[in-house]
Design a protein around this ligand. Structure first.
Ligand SMILES: [Zn+2]
Length: 444
C-alpha cells in the first residue's frame, strides 16, 4: 500500500516533469551547454542595412522636422488666438462705451423734444399775442381818430361860440339899448334878454358836451394805449423766452451732434477692430490648414517610416552575438534529448561562453522584449523588420529594455545560465514570420 502510493506519486512527478520539459522543448528549447572557451573570429558588418537605416534616419529627421513645424504652427495659432481675444475684448469695451453714449443721446433726444415742445408753445403764444396786439393797435388807431374828431368838433363849436360872443358884444351896445327902447313892456324886455341868454346857454351846453366827448375819447385812447403797452411788454417777454429756448435748443443740438460724432467714431473704431478680428480669423484658419497639412505630412512620413522599417532587414549576415565564443555546444535541429532520450527539435544555436561575457545585438532593430521567464531565464527579443526577430536566452543580466532601439553589435546583456539551463551559454534563436528558422542562415 505504502509502496504503491509512493510509486504513483513518483509517476505523477515524472509525468509532470516530462510535460514541463516537453513544453520547454516545444516552446523555447534551450538545452545543455557547457562553458568552454573557444576563441575565434568575430565579425561585425552592417553594410547591408546602412542604406535602409540612413533612409529611416532621414524619415525620422523629417518627422521630427514636421513635428517641430506643427508645434511652431500651434504656437503661432495660439499667439493669434490670444491676439484676437484681446482685440475682441477691446471691441467689447468699445461697444459698451458706445452704448453708454447712445443711451445718453437718447436722454438728450428726450430733453430736446421737451425743449422743442416748450419752444412751440412759446411760438404759439407769440402768434396769439401778435394777433391781440394787432387788434389793440387798430383799436388804438380808431380811438385816436375818434379823439381827433371830437377835438375838431369841440374846436369848431368853440370857434362858433367865440364868433357869437364877439357878435353879441359888438351888437350888444345898440341891441340892449334898442331892446330897452323898443320893448313894449318889462315882461317883453325880460323875455327878449332871456332869449339872448338862452342862446348863450345852449352854446355853452354844446361846448361842454363836446368837451366831455373829447375827454371820453381821450380816456378810451389812453386805455387802448395801456392795453397795447401790456401786450407789447408781454410780447417782449415772450420773445426773450423764445430766444432762451432757441439758445437751449441750439446748445442741445450741438451736444447731440457732438455725441453723434462720438458714436460714429466708436462705430468706425469697432468696424476696424472687427476687420482685425476677421484678419485674425483668416490667419488662424490659415494656421489650421497648415497644421492639417503638417499632420497629413506626418501621417505620410510615419507610413513611409513604417514601410522603411518593414523592409529594414534586407538579408545579409548577423553580428556574432557571443563575440569570441564560437564553440557550439548544441546546434539547431532535431537532436536527442539529453535526459529524456527522445528526438526533439532544438530551435536555436547554443554558444558556449563564460558567464558575464557580452551578448551583442545581431542586427539593428527594436527591443520588443527584455524580461524573465522560468524557462528562458533573462531573455531579449529584437525586431529587425521584415518579420525577422532574434532571441537571446539565459542571460545573467540585461542591458536593454523593451522599446529601445539598438544597433548591430550593441551590448544588450551578459551570458549566464538563468532559466532552464545546465551551464553558462547563449541560446541564440531566429524567428521569421512567426516561426523559428535555422540561425545559420544569418551566421557565418
Ligand atoms: Zn538552446
Amino acid at each position: 500500500m505504502n509502496l504503491r502510493t509512493l510509486l504513483i506519486k513518483r509517476m505523477y512527478i515524472f509525468v509532470l516533469c516530462m510535460s514541463l520539459c516537453m513544453a520547454q522543448f516545444i516552446l523555447l528549447p534551450s538545452y545543455a551547454a557547457y562553458a568552454d572557451e573557444d576563441d575565434d573570429d568575430d565579425d561585425d558588418d552592417d553594410d547591408k542595412s546602412s542604406d535602409s537605416s540612413s533612409e529611416i534616419n532621414e524619415i525620422k529627421r523629417q518627422i521630427e522636422e514636421s513635428k517641430a513645424a506643427k508645434e511652431k504652427a500651434n504656437q503661432t495659432k495660439s499667439t493669434l488666438a490670444s491676439g484676437m481675444a484681446s482685440v475682441q475684448q477691446v471691441i467689447g469695451s468699445l461697444q459698451k462705451e458706445k452704448n453708454d453714449v447712445v443711451t445718453y443721446v437718447a436722454t438728450l433726444d428726450a430733453a430736446m423734444e421737451q425743449i422743442q415742445d416748450d419752444l412751440d408753445a412759446i411760438n404759439e403764444s407769440i402768434s396769439e399775442n401778435e394777433i391781440q396786439l394787432d387788434d389793440a393797435r387798430q383799436s388804438l388807431e380808431e380811438a385816436e381818430d375818434a379823439l381827433e374828431e371830437a377835438e375838431q368838433t369841440r374846436e369848431e363849436e368853440y370857434e362858433n361860440i367865440k364868433d357869437q360872443v364877439k357878435f353879441m358884444y359888438l351888437a350888444s351896445k345898440s341891441t340892449f339899448l334898442e331892446i330897452l327902447v323898443t320893448s313894449q313892456s318889462v315882461s317883453d324886455l325880460l323875455n327878449r334878454t332871456h332869449y339872448i341868454s338862452k342862446i348863450l346857454d345852449y352854446d355853452r351846453e354844446k361846448l361842454d358836451e363836446y368837451a366831455a366827448a373829447v375827454d371820453s375819447a381821450n380816456e378810451a385812447r389812453e386805455a387802448m394805449e395801456e392795453s397795447k403797452a401790456v401786450l407789447e411788454e408781454k410780447q417782449t417777454e415772450l420773445e426773450e423766452k423764445q430766444s432762451e429756448a432757441q439758445d437751449k435748443k441750439d446748445d442741445m443740438s450741438d451736444l447731440i451732434s457732438a455725441k453723434e460724432t462720438e458714436i460714429n467714431l466708436y462705430s468706425a473704431e469697432i468696424g476696424s477692430k472687427e476687420e482685425q478680428v476677421r484678419e485674425y480669423q483668416a490667419m488662424i484658419a490659415q494656421q489650421d490648414a497648415e497644421i492639417a497639412a503638417i499632420e497629413q505630412a506626418i501621417k505620410q512620413q510615419q507610413a513611409a517610416l513604417a514601410e522603411a522599417n518593414r523592409r529594414q532587414y534586407g538579408g545579409g549576415q548577423f553580428v556574432w552575438p557571443a563575440p569570441g565564443y564560437t564553440r557550439i555546444s548544441d546546434d539547431y535541429g532535431m537532436r536527442n534529448h539529453p535526459t529524456l532520450g527522445v528526438e526533439m527539435m532544438h530551435n536555436g544555436v547554443d554558444m558556449a561562453a563564460p558567464s558575464g561575457s557580452p551578448i551583442k545585438a545581431a542586427a539593428d532593430g527594436t527591443v520588443i522584449a527584455a524580461s524573465y521567464s522560468s524557462t528562458m531565464g533573462n531573455y531579449i527579443m529584437i525586431d529587425h523588420g521584415s518579420d525577422i526577430i532574434t532571441v537571446y536566452m539565459h542571460a545573467s543580466s540585461l542591458n536593454v529594455s523593451a522599446g529601445q532601439e539598438v544597433s548591430a553589435g550593441d551590448r544588450i546583456g551578459s551570458v549566464g545560465s538563468t532559466g532552464r539551463s545546465t551551464g553558462p551559454h547563449l541560446h541564440f534563436g531566429v524567428r521569421e514570420n512567426g516561426s523559428y528558422v535555422n540561425p545559420w542562415k544569418y551566421l557565418k
